[in-house]
Design a protein around this ligand. Structure first.
Ligand code: ADP
Length: 632
């Protein structure tokens, strides 16, 4: 109270205080006692406001309206105020014959000193003060506030009464539900069972008739609140809940404050609507609602005018309609209600700050990290693709170089190839001539001619095979990896160089254990080139003049997860100093050598993820070992 007094008294004009001070000085100088002057006394005396609540001081929605009325009164009053609050507990009961003692109680409190103004808050309080107008200080002005139009008994209003009423438009409230949630098929009304609530249920039922072809209504007026909670948790789809009033439920349980609505919101599987702003802010979606500040302001204004001397009957306030619709953004999100469904002029409140507003720095940091990472990744990808390109290019070069090398290798074989071709071609010619001669005779021996033809065919096939091998080794093909059986690849080369070895009087042997599975991933032409180069070098290493064993042996074998090709010879071997440089490009000890053969061999082997090594054998001669990973 002290805070309130100081606010009101602080408004006292300075000039007034100065005059009072002057009067006091004059009176005291005349020897008169400073008696309580009439005007001053009435100003100092606080205005006594009897505020009568309907269900209790803390019952929503009235408690919020009362709070606003008191605040506006204190803000606007030039007088000290003494607001005395009472509660008409009988509103919670259905019987009216228990009101008498409460009237007596009030009369006895204010005996001899009636309040300056009576203010009733809510319908039941309005009904009470109207019913007992003559018993309750009939001369005292009265403001009936926070009351719906229909609850005012207009016929009973006196000259001393003012009404600040609201108008509940149920149809508009339900239309709002249908507008924001057009799929709604059912509206379930949550309402209590007190006299006031029963009255309203009947009113709603009457009013919503025009909507009944659009939506069906379910009334929870005769259910205990626990049962309402149960039903609200398993509503069929496209149902909306409407929070009417819940002061006293069908089981007689009293619900003040917001806890009942909180409980409903916690279990309900449908959105909750309501036209009372006091429930707005945590549990309801919103819509057109009565504005608490508007009612508080209008009521306080009316009361202050009356306290200032105006006749209550002359203070006329129009019934208060719903304010512009307001919605709770969080509930809109929760129920997936699009803002485009909201009526024009709506206000959306309680927007939660977006991730950006909430975590500005964190987001900026993460974005920076992502950007840097993206930069690194794209850099790495670029490098990878550049490396791939380089790899492809180098393979291309290798293939070209290897091709040139093959030409030169095959050049060395020209004599032997010519020999190999000449032999079958010569026999074909001889056999043809023989057959011709035989056919000229009177009775040619057809059986023999048939044998000659068979010989011709065999020689022709031999020549074709020589040409096929030659073509295959000279083929200019890109590096192409596939699964191959290494034994077969090597065997093909053996057939190719066999005659060269014979021509040089060197024994060429090939040993491939048949049980060893030597499947590798590789390019067959390039691997053949490896073997061809190694064999040609081995043949070269055995000079024409060399006496003793003249032998080149080729072995394929398995060693762990690798396939091995070993090419050994009985030549002069490699000088120890040259073992390190033997694979370098242009290293050669031959007068007409190019020194590229082994360099190409090593490049091909490494491109197959393999290794190659050279060593001297204990009994003389060199041994080259190629190791290639087996195909998994
Ligand atoms: P090129 O045959 O044109 O000389 P290579 O790269 O094939 O080129 O061989 C390089 C050198 O390695 C040869 O000149 C020779 O000195 C040596 N070499 C290669 N194979 C053998 C071998 N089986 N025995 C002895 N020396 C060899």
């Amino acid at each position: 109270m002290s805070g309130r007094n100081s606010i009101a008294s602080s408004k006292r004009p300075v000039a007034e205080i100065a005059l009072l001070f002057l009067a006091l000085v004059l009176w005291s100088s005349l020897g008169l006692a400073p008696v309580d002057a009439a005007g001053e006394g009435s100003r100092r005396e606080p205005k006594r406001v009897l505020l009568l609540h309907s269900f209790g001081r803390d019952f929503l929605p009235w408690s919020e309206y009362a709070r606003s009325i008191k605040l506006k009164l204190e803000q606007g009053s030039p007088w000290l105020l003494d607001i005395q609050e009472h509660t008409l507990l009988t509103a919670r009961l259905t019987r009216l014959d228990t009101e008498g003692p409460f009237v007596e109680y009030l009369r006895s409190i204010y005996q001899g000193r009636p309040p300056d103004i009576i203010m009733s808050v809510g319908g039941p309080a309005a009904g009470f003060v109207q019913r007992h107008r003559s018993d309750l200080f009939s001369d005292v002005p009265m403001v009936l506030t926070t009351v719906e139009e229909r609850l005012i008994d207009r016929a009973r209003l006196t000259e001393q009464d003012t009404v600040v009423s609201v108008r509940n438009d149920f149809v508009a409230a339900f239309r709002n539900v249908l507008q924001v949630l057009p799929e709604t098929r059912t509206i379930a009304l949550v309402i209590g069972a007190s006299t006031l609530e029963k009255f309203w249920l009947d009113e709603v039922k009457k009013e919503v008739r025009p909507l009944e072809d659009r939506v069906s209504f379910v009334w929870y007026g005769d259910l205990p609140f626990d049962e309402i909670l149960k039903r609200a948790s398993s509503l069929s789809p496209n149902t909306a809940l409407f929070w009417g009033l819940m002061s006293v439920d069908a089981a007689g349980a009293v619900h003040d404050g917001e806890s009942a609505l909180h409980r409903l919101r916690a279990v309900a599987n449908a959105p909750i609507f309501c036209f009372e702003e006091s429930f707005f802010g945590s549990d309801i979606v919103g819509g057109p609602m009565h504005s608490i500040p508007e009612l508080g302001r209008k009521t306080a204004e009316a009361a202050l005018r009356i306290l200032g001397g105006e006749k209550p009957a002359d203070v006329k306030i129009e019934p208060i309609e719903y304010a512009a619709p307001k919605y709770d953004w969080r509930e809109l999100q929760r129920w997936g209600i699009s803002e485009s469904n909201l009526p024009e002029g709506s206000e959306v409140l309680f927007r939660e700050p977006g991730v950006w507003e909430k975590y500005r720095w964190q987001v900026a940091l993460i974005a920076a990290v992502i950007l840097i990472q993206a930069g690194l990744i794209s850099g790495l990808l670029h490098e990878r693709s550049a490396r791939r390109l380089a790899e492809v290019e180098s393979r291309q070069r290798l293939a070209e170089l290897a091709h040139v090398n093959r030409y030169s290798a095959v050049g060395e074989l020209t004599a032997s190839i010519a020999h190999e071709l000449n032999q079958p071609l010569g026999s074909i010619l001889t056999n043809t001539e023989t057959a011709e001669l035989m056919l000229k005779g009177s009775s040619p021996d057809l059986r023999e001619i048939r044998e000659i033809l068979a010989d011709i065919r065999r020689d022709d096939q031999r020549a074709s095979e020589v040409i096929r091998r030659l073509r295959s080794v000279l083929k200019k093909a890109p590096f192409e990896v596939r699964e191959i059986e290494l034994k077969e690849t090597v065997r093909e080369v053996m057939g190719f160089v066999a005659d060269v070895a014979v021509g040089r009087d060197i024994e060429l042997s090939f040993y491939a254990p048949p049980e060893a599975d030597l499947h590798v991933m590789g390019d067959p032409i390039q691997l053949q080139q490896v073997v061809l180069n190694l064999i040609l070098n081995a043949l070269d290493a055995i000079s024409e003049a060399q006496a003793g064993k003249r032998e080149v042996s080729v072995i394929t074998a398995r060693s762990g997860n690798f396939a091995e090709i070993r090419v050994g010879d009985t030549g002069a071997g490699i000088a120890v100093a040259d073992l390190k440089t033997i694979f370098d490009p242009f290293f050669t000890t031959k007068p007409e050598g190019m020194g590229m053969g082994l360099a190409i061999v090593r490049t091909i082997v490494e491109a197959h993820h393999g290794t190659i090594s050279a060593e001297n054998q204990p009994f003389g001669g060199a041994l080259f070992t190629v190791r290639l990973p087996l195909a998994s």
